[in-house]
Design a protein around this ligand. Structure first.
Ligand code: BES
Ligand code: MN
Ligand code: ZN
Length: 529
């Protein structure tokens, strides 16, 4: 598998925003929503129903369609009915009182997938129908956020990773065009901007999914470095790649320790985007990038080990976030630090008991070579200090314990600064990648004291996510710092409305929302592709 199939290949869907009404739209499908248990159709659905001789209302009346979350019914348009689309896709939003952006994302993705399944190549959705359901959102940005949610979730729901299938069944089935319809043309600009943001954020997430779904024999540390250079070239940001000799010279003993068992050369990647005022301290993002985590000498069991090709989700999310920040022209300074290596066993691999001297000068006793993420992050966080970060955020598939603590529906957050943690929680709530805080009390530090070095790399089973963060905190210096553990959410065992089986691409949406909020306003004046 040496050919480098380009990540991010031609599955793009055209997205159009225009004034118009669903009943006039010539698409393969028009998608309209309905709230659970309500006897009457509203908005676009009722306009369509008037021309379809009440056939949508009949579905409701029969009880066949009730509008529970993500329920779908498809009605074909007969010739002469006065609806220009080929079919109407009716999708349930759940109870009116419980409608949220998240419900809207799920319903949209479900409807988009249902449209594709019946062979539609284009579909259209009205945006304003949803505004009256989401009165909890600030009025000034409501339509922007709804448009963003529609586009983002359609992109995410329709995502498929098929590049390695040579005998594909459903080859022909792909949606090529999505149209977002605006009934009040005064709202056109706002909806346009929201749709663009949805496209940028959606594509950032599918970019992460691609990088994580590609196997580790393709996506190596070198591949990541090349991808970062490509992003830098395309987006006009500065990129530095440190190779092993440069890392040795700097004294990055922690990441080099992890790398020494692998034949793949490690890369330490730095991207710098200067969108803010000169001299303003940057936000620095550090992403764990283990292109494959075998566990090393403390070898992992065989079951599910293949999922460890996604142990680079943090780094991919950081790369995607900086790429999106440039597309959004966010007015802030931003640095991405991406320490990339494999974790493999081998004659040269580190052993339990080995002591590593990290970039910070602190010595680390390696108890378990499978606790490699915190080792590479130690050097990443230390390196980040040189940028004097306004905020330092690391993101990592760090601990199995995070899955035990939070299941698959929350990202863990810990740190040394409550306002920063609050910002991440707010961003998570808003974008749909929710974040839950765990304590980082001084009592936990007892568990990572070493008899032979300054610190050891594991703290035993109790509170595994917390002791991992305690370890990281020792390398965060005096920066305002937070750590995101995405081991709970980076991989999905089952398909969900807008999350496929496999790599979820988690982290990109959260980081981008966090940066947008920081940039003060999610709608900067100018945008670019
Ligand atoms: N990459 C793993 C954590 C992980 C587990 C991510 C499950 C995604 C799903 C990490 O490097 C690891 O192996 N952590 C160990 C730490 C332990 C040895 C202290 C773990 O959680 O078992
Ligand atoms: Mn590991
Ligand atoms: Zn790992």
């Amino acid at each position: 598998m040496k050919e480098h199939s380009p990540v991010y290949d031609g599955r793009m869907m055209d997205i159009t925003v225009r004034s118009g009404r669903v009943e006039e739209e010539a698409a393969d499908a028009v998608v309209v929503m309905h709230c659970e248990g309500e006897p009457r159709l509203t908005g676009g659905a009722s306009a369509l129903d008037a021309r379809l001789n009440g056939r949508l209302a009949a579905l409701l009346k029969s009880g066949e369609f009730t509008g529970t979350p993500n329920q779908v019914s498809i009605v074909h348009v007969a010739p002469g009915e006065g609806v220009r689309a080929k079919r109407v896709v009716l999708v349930g939003l759940g109870k009116r009182k419980e409608v949220s952006l998240e419900k809207l994302r799920q319903a949209t993705a479900t409807a988009a997938k249902a449209s594709r399944a019946v062979g539609a190549v284009s579909f259209a959705m009205p945006v304003q129908d949803h505004a009256e359901l989401l009165t909890g959102l600030p009025a000034a940005s409501r339509l922007h956020d709804i448009a963003q949610a529609l586009v983002e979730s359609a992109i995410l729901g329709l995502y498929e990773f098929t590049v390695y299938h040579t005998e594909r069944k459903d080859e022909a089935k792909a949606i090529r065009r999505m149209t977002v319809l605006v009934s009040d043309s005064n709202a056109l600009a706002q909806v346009q901007q929201g749709a663009e943001q949805g496209q940028i954020v959606g594509e950032a997430t599918t970019y992460v999914r691609d990088l994580c779904n590609h196997p580790a024999n393709v996506v190596t540390p070198t591949y990541i470095a090349n991808e970062a250079k490509k992003v830098a070239r395309e987006r006009g940001v500065r990129c530095t790649v440190l190779d092993r000799p440069q890392m040795e010279k700097l004294g990055m003993g922690a990441i080099l320790g992890v790398a020494q068992g692998s034949h793949e050369p490690p890369k330490f990647v730095i991207l710098e985007y200067r969108g803010g005022p000169r001299g303003e301290r940057p936000v620095v993002l550090v992403g764990k990038t283990i292109t494959f985590d075998s566990g090393g000498i403390s070898l992992k069991p065989a079951d599910n080990m293949e999922q460890m090709k996604a142990d680079m989700t943090g780094g991919a999310a950081v790369l995607a976030a900086i790429r999106a920040a440039t597309r959004l022209r966010l007015p802030l300074n931003l640095v991405a630090v991406i320490p990339a290596t494999e974790n493999m066993p081998g004659g040269h691999a580190i052993r339990p008991g080995d002591v590593l001297r990290s970039l910070s000068g602190k010595t680390i006793e390696v108890i378990n070579t499978d606790a490699e993420g915190r080792l590479i992050l130690a050097d990443g966080l230390t390196y980040a200090q040189r940028f004097k970060p306004a905020a330092l955020v690391d993101i990592a598939t760090l601990t199995g314990a995070c899955v035990v603590a939070l299941g698959n529906h929350a990202i863990g957050v810990l740190g040394n600064n409550e306002p920063l943690i609050g910002e991440l929680k707010d961003a998570g709530e808003r974008c749909g990648e929710r974040v839950w805080q765990l304590p980082l009390w001084e009592e936990y530090y007892e568990q990572i004291k070493s008899d032979v070095a300054d610190v050891k790399n594991t703290g035993g089973r109790p509170g595994g996510t917390i002791t991992a963060a305690a370890f990281l905190s020792k390398f965060a210096g005096d920066a305002v710092w937070a750590h995101l553990d995405i081991a709970s959410t980076d991989w999905s065992e089952r398909e969900r409305a807008y999350i496929p089986k496999g790599a979820t691409g988690v982290g990109a949406r959260l980081l981008i929302q966090f940066l947008c909020n920081r940039a003060d306003g999610t709608r900067p004046a100018t945008r670019s592709r």
